[in-house]
Design a protein around this ligand. Structure first.
Ligand code: C2E
Ligand code: CA
Ligand code: CA
Ligand code: CA
Length: 275
């Protein structure tokens, strides 16, 4: 059954046709998504491994469209990149989230904000200047902003990306490596780039009940700490996983066990509740 795809290639496949149509609809709808107010942000709390207190959040993009319903980020974010819209949308995400998070800091105290950054954004020569200007304008402290990049970004990393990273680091902004351990050469990126935080991928967290994976997680966390990095585990769904990660001295935990990604109002309620 594994190889049936090979035979299928030559035949007319209505599913492929439908897929192409869906992509065209998605792209034409996406063009107007921002101006129509169809994009929104949700905030997923990151809690201290010891004690569950909210230390920060990761902001995640959502798209709800009348025709298409709710579209998952892995489907529409690559489309935003293809269409050249990720720059404008990315700037809107940063502006909105920084403004929001600054209000929360004023009301509830210390709060870290993690924002995902696409490779296309980092290739824009103005990216660092834009981020630093938004920080100034909102009053949000650069040290409390963490930009999450994946290994694939660093793989295709050119002069402009390096210059952006350099300028952002000089401005005090924090840098996180996302989905750590899933790529081909995570280790080499750890010493090439000035990371502050390491995010262990969900795939390691899911299988912590196997001793091999537990040992892998132990060593990833140890490695992060040896290099002076903050270590975050994502996709924590069970008490058993939380227990093990706490034992392994992971710093922050993020996952459905604690909170789903929340609309601003609900995130604020969670902050208020913990006093
Ligand atoms: P990511 O950066 O690895 O984000 C974590 C994903 O895991 C999010 O999916 C989140 O909702 C999900 N998640 C959180 N806790 C759990 C859990 O306990 N169990 C499981 N199964 N999943 C959990 P989401 O929001 O669908 O985003 C998917 C990906 O899309 C993100 O992966 C990121 O690569 C990208 N993305 C999302 N928002 C943005 C954005 O604003 N900008 C950019 N450039 N990419 C984004
Ligand atoms: Ca992320
Ligand atoms: Ca991740
Ligand atoms: Ca991921």
């Amino acid at each position: 059954a594994k190889f049936e795809g090979r035979n299928r290639v030559c035949r007319y496949d209505p599913a492929i046709e439908a897929e192409a149509d869906a992509r065209i609809t998605l792209e034409s709808e996406l063009h107007r998504a921002l101006e129509r107010g169809e994009l929104s942000l949700v905030y997923q709390p990151q809690v201290k491994a010891a004690g569950r207190r909210i230390a920060g959040c990761e902001v995640l993009l959502r798209w709800h469209n009348a025709k298409l319903g709710t579209v998952a980020p892995p489907r529409f974010i690559p489309a935003l990149e293809r269409l050249g819209l990720i720059g404008a949308v990315g700037e809107w995400i940063l502006r909105t989230a920084l403004h929001q998070a600054q209000l929360w800091r004023q009301r509830f105290g210390e709060l870290q904000l993690a924002v995902n950054v696409s490779s296309v954004q980092l290739k824009d020569a103005d990216f660092a200047a834009t981020v630093l200007a938004l920080l100034q304008r909102t009053g949000f402290p650069p040290q409390a902003l963490e930009l999450e990049v994946t290994e694939s970004i660093l793989m295709e990393c050119g002069e402009t990306t390096l210059a952006n990273i350099d300028r952002l680091k000089h401005g005090g902004v924090q840098l996180a490596i996302d989905d750590f351990g899933t790529g081909y050469s995570s280790l080499s990126y750890l010493h090439q780039f000035p990371f502050d935080t390491l995010k262990i991928d969900r795939s390691f967290v899911q299988n912590l009940h196997h001793s091999r994976n537990r040992e892998l997680a132990r060593h990833i966390i140890g490695l992060g700490h040896t290099l002076g990095l903050n270590v975050v585990a994502e996709g924590v769904e069970t008490d058993a996983q939380r227990e093990i990660l706490r034992e392994l001295e992971c710093d922050l935990l993020q996952g459905y066990l604690f909170y789903r990604p929340l609309p601003a109002g609900q995130f604020e309620a969670a902050l208020r509740q913990q006093g």
